[in-house]
Design a protein around this ligand. Sequence first.
Ligand code: ADP
Ligand code: MN
Length: 178
Amino acid sequence: MIIVLAGTPGTGKTSLAKMLSERYNLRYLSLTEFVLEKGIWIDYDAQRRSFVIDPEGVVVEIRREIRKVYRGVVIETHDLELLWEAGIEPLRVFVLRCRPDVLYNRLLRRGWPFSKVLENIEAELTGVLAWQAKVYFPRVACEIDTTLAGVNATVERIARNIENIEKDNTICQSIDWV
Ligand code: ADP
Ligand code: MN
């Protein structure tokens, strides 16, 4: 069982993925941490404070890693194209969303440079991850709005969705900001 949590930074991937992995006894895998651990990055962009990855290396390593995970895994990522290229077939891809003004406050609290906060707000406004989900995982993708709900309520919503998949594979919700 592979569950994917995707979203702009600050939408709640780490918090929710860790809770879900405990609840269902699945492994937790952060794609960003994985890339850093494996050293599959080729450059560091100091201005943007982010690592530039080696996409081919990442795809090969993800494939290898996923084969080792028998019971299942909760993967958090902000790049669904990479998972698609690695041939991952998730049971569900949850795209976590957050209203940009609320996300702005969550990201400012991280002490990130203003330019990095704005870059991510823009990504959320334009719905990059939701778009990627619809392009790469159209049959299993759904959007979850985290703006007003607490972490616990959101985890319950996701759990209900997962547990209902076998009964009704159409329980997906889509939201639009524009
Ligand atoms: P990401 O891994 O996507 O960057 P994190 O889980 O690290 O996100 O951070 C999300 C922050 O937003 C946390 O401080 C979390 O407590 C807060 N938050 C508020 N509401 C929610 C919610 N409904 N779901 C998930 N996180 C939420
Ligand atoms: Mn995270």
